[in-house]
Design a protein around this ligand. Structure first.
Ligand SMILES: [Zn+2]
Ligand SMILES: [Zn+2]
Length: 388
């Protein structure tokens, strides 16, 4: 594998960082020790500038190339947070914190970006500026959005941005990517149906919210099957159905439904939202009941821009010699999507081999992927901002 020789030499060191981070997982925005570890390493490398506290606990650092003739600036992003999972790997460097675990490989992502940073700070073989982005709270906390709101893109003049996530099931060190939608948006809805409770033997004097809510659940299934172009991908699931009746002879006064909508398409994200409101409110109204809908937007669709996907795939090809550049989109969501809403860029998967899935208590990042992952970041920088 033509990974960069210097990065292959650094493999043991980067693996040590990874194991240290793995043993000391932190959640969401509470990544103070992880961010401090990142800052210490970056100082050792002699990067040009380090700014902690962006997006609460994110770290932004700058490495200037040996030349700067074209005002080029590229952002490289890694996530730092772990998950509230009790680790079951039995590793000798397993989590030392009960109930917390690096079960999504963000320890690997952070270590690989640190490795690339050390290489880039040593070699500076590029014409422009690299901005390193270490973000908190990827797992549901929208840390990427928090960093963007703190002015990440404008303040550092980032022109294009790239990120990477490990992928169980893809061979170690190989890459997979696609242009366009790669990962889904994820929104949640909460519907409270209110009618009129009563005696089970006197339904004519009540408004039976169990029946009304059942019609709403059935009608919501038409959003995907009858509203969405069959070629497009949208998922709507009603996850909970909770009545306030506790006995077989009581007609419920209210019912609460909670569900999620995931889509790979901005347009259908908006359409699905509108349909959920219409169906819930109008169905309830038809029965003389009322429905109150609360919509909580989650992460947007992760959309890779065309040109940057090609650059990312070419760099991966140079490193690994093999790239799946037409990877299937997947329905989990990813908050790098916020950065891709602000700048062109691409998100790539790096193989993690035959491991447990992400978020499983036996998952582990595969250290064998480190040289390829670091080399991809570095190769991308040297290709996009070549010294000529
Ligand atoms: Zn995750
Ligand atoms: Zn993750």
């Amino acid at each position: 594998m033509p990974v960069k020789n210097r990065l292959a030499e650094m493999h043991d060191q980067i693996t040590e960082w990874r194991h240290h981070l793995h043993a000391h997982p932190e959640l969401s925005y509470d990544v103070h020790e992880t961010a401090a570890f990142v800052v210490e390493r970056l100082k050792d490398f002699g990067v040009d500038d380090i700014t902690p506290g962006i997006g609460k606990t994110g770290v932004v650092a700058v490495i200037k190339g040996r030349m700067d003739t074209k005002d080029r600036v590229i952002g490289l992003r890694a996530d730092m947070d772990a998950l509230p999972i009790e680790e079951a790997t039995g590793l000798d460097y397993a989590s030392t914190v009960p109930g917390k675990m690096h079960a999504c490989g963000h320890d690997g992502h952070t270590s690989m970006l640190l490795g690339a940073a050390q290489y880039l700070a040593e070699t500076r073989n590029f014409d422009g500026t690299v901005v390193l982005i270490f973000q908190p709270a990827e797992e549901g906390g929208a840390g990427g959005l928090a960093m963007c709101k703190d002015g990440l893109m404008d303040r550092w003049g980032i022109q294009e941005v790239y990120g990477m996530h490990n992928a169980p099931g893809v061979p170690v060190g190989e890459f997979a990517i696609r242009p366009g939608a790669l990962m889904a948006s994820s929104d949640e809805f909460d519907i409270t149906v209110t009618g009129k409770g009563g005696h089970a033997a006197a339904p004519h004097e009540a408004i039976d919210t169990t029946l009304v809510a059942s019609h709403i659940v059935v009608a919501l299934q038409s959003v995907v099957s009858r509203t969405v172009d069959p070629i497009k991908r949208v998922v709507l699931t009603v996850g909970t159905f909770e009545t306030d009746s506790v006995a077989s002879n009581i007609i419920a006064h209210s019912v609460r439904l909670q569900g999620t909508v995931r889509t790979l398409d901005h347009e259908y994200r908006a359409i699905a939202k509108e349909r959920v409101f219409r169906i819930a409110e109008d169905t309830a109204s038809a029965f003389g009941a009322a429905a109150k809908v609360t919509w909580t937007p989650g992460y947007p669709v992760t959309v890779n821009s065309e040109a940057e996907t090609t650059y990312a795939a070419e760099a991966a090809m140079a490193v690994a010699g093999k790239v799946n550049d037409n990877a299937e989109p997947i329905m989990p969501s990813e908050d790098f999507a916020y950065m891709l809403e602000e700048r062109p860029g691409a998100y790539i998967f790096i193989g993690n081999g035959d491991t447990a899935m992400c978020h499983h208590p036996k998952y582990n990042f595969d250290d064998g992927a480190i040289p390829a992952g670091c080399s991809w970041f570095a190769e991308l920088v040297e290709r996009r901002m070549p010294v000529v």
